[in-house]
Each structure stands twice: as structure tokens, then as C-alpha cells.
Design a protein around this ligand. Structure first.
Ligand SMILES: NC(=O)C1=CN([C@@H]2O[C@H](COP(=O)(O)OP(=O)(O)OC[C@H]3O[C@@H](n4cnc5c(N)ncnc54)[C@H](OP(=O)(O)O)[C@@H]3O)[C@@H](O)[C@H]2O)C=CC1
Ligand SMILES: CC(=O)N[C@@H](CCC(=O)OP(=O)(O)O)C(=O)O
Length: 345
């Protein structure tokens, strides 16, 4: 019997990217996997391709409403819904169903962090879909519930955790600035995402308040007993996709010491590529792929380590990361359906 996959939020950016990647998945091509229900909210009843003209192999598919009934009878249910909508649906799906939540509902373990940043009751915590973090891959192999990380925490956590775990940076003084494309806000975003407002300008937002600060902090606290304090600022830039994160922390380590620790952490990781000294990542190099490109430098005059990370927010930052974790949970090759080569220039 083929593994049947349903996608809720299929008309959205994250759901659409999940489907694009799934269409190239070898299990789909071999018939081991099939695409079942494609669900939406207010756009239920419309053809999928009206929202995703690039998904032509699914040209016959019509979006249905999102409910426990329409999502029943699947082996995998992917939820690409706005925050706060996943737990009600997930509760109604059986424990044997693999539920992959692209939203934030189950990422944070501290209920008070959730309440402070999201302003609602905490739904719970699921295994975190970032296999590169220590211990995460093993947990994902045996789970039926996956909380896919936020796009900013994906790049920032990968950029920082080896240095923090090895005690090579002062984790109480981490400053992160991430430049992001507009698709991170979802297709429903209007002002200030109109092309006329995004093109030709860059602007910081969520300064001191962004909800990904506690998620990044949680990921770093998981690898060290030392104090962790993170300042996080996102910057919206005129591009459709991509995130370039710059993470800076005090250090007395040399670049060589840092590079040895990062080689140990990532030499065997299929999607994380540490670039040679002096070479900086760029978002174009990872677009459409599941790759993370990392730069590692030490500013000796300032006593700071400077880590840079490029990801595609919709690929490794959401749908690609989701497929990587889904593969692990289904016992499929972790890299199936995922490219490591981006679209540059
Ligand atoms: N965009 C990104 O880079 C990232 C997104 N995510 C997360 O993925 C999730 C989806 O984001 P994204 O795709 O960008 O958002 P979009 O706004 O592009 O899509 C939202 C989807 O949810 C559906 N939806 C909205 N309200 C309801 C409802 N009440 N009931 C059922 N379906 C509903 C929409 O359907 P309809 O078209 O009918 O309105 C649409 O399919 C969010 O939780 C987001 O935080 C995570 C990481 C990165
Ligand atoms: C440009 C832009 O608005 N980006 C979004 C990132 C969305 C995302 O990845 O994260 P969640 O899954 O936690 O919503 C933001 O800053 O809120």
C-alpha cells in the first residue's frame, strides 16, 4: 500500500513548496507514495493550480475544506496553516498518523515563552524537525509528530550550536541579524508586503519582540549549561526567497579552533556546507535546495566570532526541512527528494 500524504494549507506558500518538492520525491515516482487530500481555508473549492500555476502535474486537483474528515485515511498529514490552527486538527488524527506541522504551535517547550510571544494557550511540544541538532535525528526516527522549525531558527541554530556546545563563544552575548525575503510572511500578507513597498528598500521589523528569539534561545540552551542570551533582529529585503543570517558572539577562540568543531559537527551532514575561509554564503546559492551554506570567521580586533548562514526560507527553512524529517520518520533515505544545489545566480 502506498504511503498516502495529505496537505492542509495547500494553497499557501509553505504547502505549495512542500508539494513542489514532493513531486520530485523518488517514493512518489516509484508509486510507494501518493498525494491524497489537498485542503485550504477560504479557497476550498478552487483548483490548486489557480494558486500554484507551477504545480502542473496536479492540474486536476481541487482544494477541499480543512477538517478531520477530509484529512482522515492518510498516513502523513502536513499542516501548513496559520499559527494556532494545528492542535485542534492534530488531536483528531490517530496516533499512528505522521503529522508534520509547518507552523509554530508545537515548537516551544516553555509554556510561558509561548504565551508571551504568541498570546494564546500552549498546545504542547513535539519532536523538533532539525535533524542536525544533537539528538534530534534519533528522536525523529521514532516519532509520529514533527514540529518543523521556524525559518530564522533553522539558519541561526545551525550557524551557532557547534560553537555554543563546545564553549568556544560566550553564549550570553549573541547578536543575530537575519535578512529575509518577503515569502516568509506567507501569501496572505498584504501591507507592508505590496511590491511597491518592498522593492528598492530594506527595513528591520519585530525589533526586540520577534517570536523566533525564544525558539533560537531554546535550541542553544539545549546544547550548553552556560547562560544563553540572544538578541534577534529580522530585516525584510526586496527578494522573494532566502534568508542570510549573521550571528556574532564574543570569542577568544581562533578561526582554526572553530573550524575544527564545525567540521566535526557537519562533515557528515548532507545539507550543511561550511565554506572555505574568506568565502561568504549568498542566498542565491541555496534557492530551491535544502542546503545551508555557512561562513565562519573571527574578527580578532573585536574579539568576536562571525557566523553567516544562507538558506531558502521555503525549502530548508520550511518544506524541505519538513521532507527531510518526514523521510526520517518514515524510514526513507533522509535526503530523498531534496537537492543540495541551489539556483545561483
Ligand atoms: N512562508 C515561510 O517562509 C514559512 C512559513 N512557515 C509556517 O507555515 C505555515 C503556513 O505559512 P505560509 O504558507 O507562508 O502562509 P500562507 O498565508 O501562504 O498560507 C496559509 C494557508 O493556510 C490556509 N488557511 C488559512 N486560514 C485557514 C483556516 N482557518 N482553516 C484552514 N486553512 C486555513 C490558507 O488557505 P486559503 O488559501 O484558503 O486562505 C493557506 O493555504 C504558517 O504557520 C507559517 O508560519 C514556517 C516557516 C517558513
Ligand atoms: C518576512 C516575514 O514576515 N517572515 C516571517 C517568518 C515566518 C516563519 O518562518 O516563521 P513561522 O513559521 O514561525 O511563522 C516573520 O518574520 O514572521
Amino acid at each position: 500500500m502506498a504511503i498516502k500524504v495529505a496537505v492542509a494549507g495547500a494553497s499557501g506558500y509553505a504547502g505549495g513548496e512542500f508539494l513542489r518538492l514532493l513531486l520530485g520525491h523518488p517514493a512518489l515516482e516509484s508509486g510507494e507514495m501518493e498525494i491524497g487530500t489537498l485542503a485550504a481555508g477560504s479557497n476550498a473549492g478552487q483548483p490548486l493550480v489557480e494558486h500554484h500555476p507551477h504545480l502542473l502535474p496536479l492540474a486536476e486537483r481541487v482544494l477541499v475544506e480543512t477538517s478531520a474528515d477530509t484529512l482522515a485515511g492518510h498516513d502523513v498529514v502536513v499542516l501548513g496553516l496559520p499559527h494556532g490552527h494545528s492542535s485542534e486538527i492534530a488531536e483528531q488524527l490517530g496516533p499512528d498518523v505522521l503529522v508534520v506541522d509547518l507552523g509554530a504551535d508545537f515548537r516551544l517547550s516553555d509554556a510561558s515563552d509561548w504565551e508571551a510571544y504568541y498570546g494564546s494557550a500552549h498546545a504542547g511540544t513535539w519532536p523538533y524537525g532539525l535533524p542536525e541538532l544533537p539528538g534530534a535525528r534519533e528522536a525523529l526516527r521514532s516519532t509520529r509528530r514533527i514540529a518543523v522549525p521556524g525559518c530564522f531558527p533553522t539558519g541561526a541554530s545551525i550557524a551557532l550550536f557547534p560553537a555554543v556546545a563546545a564553549g568556544l563563544v560566550d553564549a550570553s552575548g549573541v547578536t543575530i541579524v537575519s535578512v529575509t525575503g518577503a515569502s516568509g510572511a506567507g501569501k496572505s500578507a498584504k501591507v507592508p508586503m505590496l511590491a511597491s513597498e518592498v522593492m528598492g528598500s530594506a527595513k528591520a521589523y519585530g525589533v526586540t519582540t520577534h517570536r523566533h528569539a525564544p525558539e533560537i534561545t531554546q535550541n542553544l540552551r539545549a546544547v550548553t549549561a552556560a547562560p544563553v542570551s540572544v538578541s534577534f533582529t529580522p530585516v525584510l529585503a526586496p527578494m522573494a526567497r532566502g534568508i542570510l543570517t549573521t550571528a556574532v558572539a564574543p570569542t577568544t577562540a581562533t578561526a582554526g579552533e572553530l573550524r575544527r568543531v564545525y567540521a566535526e559537527a557537519f562533515d557528515h551532514e548532507p545539507f550543511v556546507h561550511v565554506l572555505p575561509e574568506g568565502v561568504q554564503p549568498m542566498t542565491a546559492s541555496v534557492l530551491g535546495s535544502n542546503a545551508v551554506q555557512l561562513g565562519i570567521e573571527v574578527d580578532e580586533r573585536a574579539g568576536r566570532a562571525v557566523f553567516t548562514a544562507a538558506i531558502d526560507n521555503l525549502a530548508k527553512g520550511t518544506a524541505g526541512g519538513a521532507i527531510q524529517s518526514m523521510n526520517l520518520a518514515l524510514g526513507l533515505p533522509e535526503t530523498a527528494g531534496l537537492s543540495t544545489v541551489g539556483l545561483a545566480p
